[in-house]
Design a protein around this ligand. Structure first.
Ligand code: UDP
Length: 235
């Protein structure tokens, strides 16, 4: 396998499937199947999950809510998603641990890097919930931060588009996809891979990012096997 240890970032919205809000159990099951394929090949898997299918602090703030309060609600949303994903993975026989950046010890371990390492070495899938534990950050930043901390080989950012384009493929039919692009070129061309905080953290720590379509069956396995799927962002 090309990658021994990965950090998979899934957005909260990805869990909605065809729904307008919340979690689609069918989609959750499909993701669990995809993850099982790489787990069976011995890849060590850590997952950061977003919360946008339930709540985002920015949306709360634009409706008049206190931003910090909203962000903590968003972090709690990621824990709900993490528990749902944990259940789906365990249904398919995988061993998992949920570690959260905000303490809630009745339902999850607190985030402890050394314990996360140990779980991964033992073949347990570790889901990191509650983002970074701080308001004003995103789960993309949490993904890069945790990815660096656990020495992941790569961040695999599963989205509903199949890579990074020179313009928005949903608006411009002639948009061109990059198979490979450097961090510098992403910045020069003003492309959107992750928010600036997450992106800079990844660049500074030379942690490559692969942006790919998580809804295409088999993509996750192919990437881990070394196939050129999606867009690789690297130095
Ligand atoms: N959030 C936060 N700090 C973090 C991670 C997340 O405050 O470190 C909050 C923030 O309000 C964010 C929400 O949790 O909008 C959900 O996360 P995100 O928007 O990254 O989820 P995604 O877009 O991946 O579904």
């Amino acid at each position: 396998m090309k990658y021994k240890r990965i950090l998979l970032k899934l957005s909260g919205e990805a869990l909605m499937g065809d729904l307008q809000y919340g979690i689609d159990p069918k989609r959750l099951g499909e993701y669990a199947d995809e993850i099982k394929q790489i787990h069976d090949k011995g890849v060590e898997i850590a997952i950061v999950i977003g919360g946008g299918n339930i709540f985002r602090g920015v949306a709360g703030a634009s409706a008049g809510m206190d931003r910090v309060q909203g962000d903590y609600m968003g972090m709690l949303a990621t824990v709900i998603n993490g528990m749902a994903l944990q259940g789906a993975l365990e249904d398919k026989g995988m061993k998992t641990r949920l570690q959260t950046a905000l303490k809630m010890e009745s339902i999850a371990e607190p985030y402890i890097k050394r314990r996360a390492d140990r779980h991964l070495e033992k073949g347990r899938i570790v889901i990191f919930g509650a983002g970074t534990g701080n308001p004003y950050f995103t789960t993309d930043t949490a993904a890069v931060l945790r990815g660096i901390e656990i020495n992941a080989d790569v961040i695999l950012k599963g989205t509903r588009v199949d890579g990074v384009y020179d313009s928005d493929p949903e608006k411009n039919a002639s948009a061109v996809k990059f198979d490979f692009i450097s961090f510098d070129d992403v910045l020069k061309k003003g492309l959107n891979v992750m928010d600036t905080t997450a992106f800079t953290l990844s660049q500074e720590n030379k942690l490559p990012i692969v942006v790919f379509d998580m809804n295409k069956i088999g993509n996750l396995l192919k990437i881990c096997e070394g196939e050129n799927i999606g867009t690789v962002v690297n130095i």
